[in-house]
Design a protein around this ligand. Structure first.
Ligand SMILES: Cc1cc2nc3c(=O)[nH]c(=O)nc-3n(C[C@H](O)[C@H](O)[C@H](O)COP(=O)(O)O)c2cc1C
Length: 411
């Protein structure tokens, strides 16, 4: 199947999912127009054996495993970590990603250990941060993940609660689950997504004004500005562009163009937007400095979870030099990271390397698909509990001040 066919399939699915979402009552659409269009679509697929009211993360993962075709939710089977070594393979779209970069992200966390220190009086460490004016209960955000219904094989299927799985439903799980946990969730932009699909995701962002943020693909400047207007109207406090999606530039179709962004274009985006712009997918010191010079509100050190280039370094390997270079030049912009953050101990390690916050991708995807809002809340709670426990056991009082000496490099 060539890329044009794939894009056509995605477009077909998105059109169909909009209709199905309307049929399931998740979109505002007049009854008559919904009835008129649903006749043409396939019958939604019921999935057997769901836990209808998931009580814990095991139930959530069991549900997620049932709805997804491209992820085996290995965590259930005792592996404990989604590490790219399971049967997910090297497929994109899907959870696997380009195996080497994905696996390296995980292994980089395993190379560093936490120095255990318990002779102190820290019992209630502080986990709150202020990120670009937004107070968060913990330095953990959801990953930026979209297209889950079509990327994960959840298209045309009923979710665990018996309702049609749609992009809006997925976004709600992520965004409301994060907001209820006192932090923030991202709505994504898929390269092939029509503007209408993006607007529907922004409706969810608008509902959680100030507690939901949005990403835009590195489209043409004109298309980016059009989406920035929508994001701002939805009340998002900041937005990101995953500049590392530029790899699809060579395959772009009319209206689906993505492109690398040079310093001039970064500055144009910063100047156009009334809210802070975060550049996601920064892996080198020089580009981090260009983002700082352009006036970006923050950067996310990320290799897209290993999904765009098969042989990048781990994000944890490049993070310290990026932090050092940015801080040495006096820039205060927050530096976030993602890729392989699988528990609260990993969060603490990233903070010790100088990150202000982390994003969690694949585990949140499964939480939303398998447990919706409550599934995402359960996962945030687990990460928070583990973070607090790791802080007590390493003698860290405040996530805003984590000393690198809590880490030991394994040799
Ligand atoms: C299925 C899937 C879809 C993704 N979609 C997007 C996207 O639309 N935009 C984006 O910036 N990153 C996207 N990402 C990358 C994530 O934002 C994030 O960088 C990555 O998942 C972090 O690694 P982790 O999954 O190991 O936590 C996606 C990742 C996955 C697994």
């Amino acid at each position: 199947m060539n890329n044009n066919d794939l894009n056509q399939n995605r477009r077909d699915f998105l059109t169909k999912s909009a209709v199905l979402a309307a049929a399931a009552g998740t979109l505002t659409m007049s009854t008559s127009s919904a009835q008129a269009t649903t006749a043409a679509v396939d019958k939604p697929i019921a999935v057997a054996g769901y836990v209808k009211k998931p009580q814990n993360l095991t139930d959530v993962l069991m549900n997620a495993r049932k709805i997804m075709d491209t992820c085996a939710a290995c965590d259930i089977s005792g592996a404990g970590r989604c590490n790219g070594k399971g049967p997910c393979g090297e497929t994109v779209p899907g959870m696997g990603g380009k195996r080497l970069s994905f696996v390296r992200n995980i292994e980089a966390f395993e190379e560093v250990s936490l120095n255990m220190r318990t002779v102190h009086n820290i019992t209630q460490p502080k986990t709150e941060i202020n990120l670009l004016g937004v107070k968060l209960s913990m330095p953990i955000l959801t990953g930026i993940t979209g297209g889950l219904t079509y990327n994960m094989g959840a298209a045309n299927k009923l979710a665990f609660d018996g309702e049609m799985m749609t992009e809006e439903k997925y976004a709600r799980g992520i965004i409301q689950g994060a907001a209820n946990s006192g932090t923030i969730g991202w709505a994504a932009d898929g390269i092939g997504d029509p503007l209408e699909t993006y607007k529907r995701r922004m409706n969810v962002v608008q509902e959680f004004k100030g507690r939901a943020v949005a990403q835009i693909k590195p489209r043409t400047q004109k298309e980016i500005f059009e989406r920035i207007d929508i994001v701002q109207q939805a009340g998002a406090p900041f937005f990101a562009i995953d500049v590392d999606s530029a790899g699809r530039a060579a395959r772009a179709l009319p209206g689906k163009t993505v492109e690398p962004k040079d310093l001039k274009k970064l500055k144009e985006i910063v100047n156009y937007a009334k809210i802070p712009f975060i550049a996601k997918g920064i892996m080198t010191v020089d580009e981090a400095l260009m983002c700082a010079e352009a006036g970006c509100g923050a950067i996310i050190v990320s290799n897209h979870g290993g999904r765009v280039l098969s042989s990048t370094p781990a994000t944890m390997h490049v993070l310290p030099s990026i932090v050092k270079a940015v801080r040495d030049r006096g820039y205060k912009m927050p530096i976030l990271m993602d890729g392989g953050v699988r528990d609260g101990g990993d969060v603490l390690k990233a903070l010790a390397y100088g990150a202000q916050a982390v994003l969690v991708g694949r585990p949140m995807i499964r939480a939303s698909l398998g447990g919706g809002v409550e599934g995402v809340e359960m996962l945030f709670k687990r990460y928070h509990t583990e973070l607090v426990s790791s802080m007590v056991l390493t003698g860290v009082a405040d996530v805003n001040n984590v000393d690198p000496s809590i880490l030991i490099q394994e040799v």
